[in-house]
Design a protein around this ligand. Structure first.
Ligand code: THU
Length: 161
């Protein structure tokens, strides 16, 4: 038996001004994307802005449904829209902002497991890391790759073993 530690490295900023201009722009787009949230049940507005390798930004927002499982998170609306409309353009960075009843969360909203798994799939598809930026009013977290928010990721290599 061995005790093993797993370490995740990420950057934390206290405001977008500390970040590079490309990230600042994407954060502004994620905040703007919250306007597209349809969240009559949770009143939790999530916006996502996905930067593609050619500079295109695809936005998404959570969409809820009376039949709860039929709704979808902001992250997946953005990734699926990009996957469908720009299938050959790699995904570079995904910024996510969540507000509770219109107030941006101090500590950033963090993607659910299903969204992380979808991010992982697009990383595999394009063979390059997708950066994740989680936007809160007090702190912003930046991860360099999906693996950092989805440790022990499900991987088909596991099935080959
Ligand atoms: N939600 C997202 O859109 N993204 C997340 O990362 C977490 C949760 C949505 C789903 C639902 O519409 C609402 O937020 C409350 O869970």
């Amino acid at each position: 038996m061995a005790q093993v530690q797993f370490t995740i490295n990420y950057e934390e900023f206290s405001s977008p001004e500390e970040m590079d201009p490309v990230d600042q722009k994407l954060i502004a787009e994620a905040l703007d994307a919250q306007k597209g949230s349809y969240s009559p049940f949770s009143h939790f507005q999530v916006g996502a802005a996905l930067l593609l390798a050619d500079g295109t930004i695809v936005k998404g927002a959570n969409q809820e449904n009376l039949a709860y499982p039929s709704g979808l998170c902001a992250e997946r609306t953005a990734m699926f829209a990009a996957g469908a409309n720009y299938p050959d353009t790699p995904m570079v960075t995904l910024a996510i902002a969540g507000s509770d009843h219109g107030v941006l969360c101090e500590s950033p909203a963090s993607p659910c497991g299903a969204c992380r798994q979808v991010m992982a799939q697009y990383q595999r598809k394009f063979g390059r890391p997708i950066q994740i930026i989680l936007v809160g009013s007090k702190r912003i977290r930046k991860f360099q790759k999906v693996d950092d928010i989805l440790p022990f990721i499900f991987d088909s290599l596991t099935m080959d073993e």
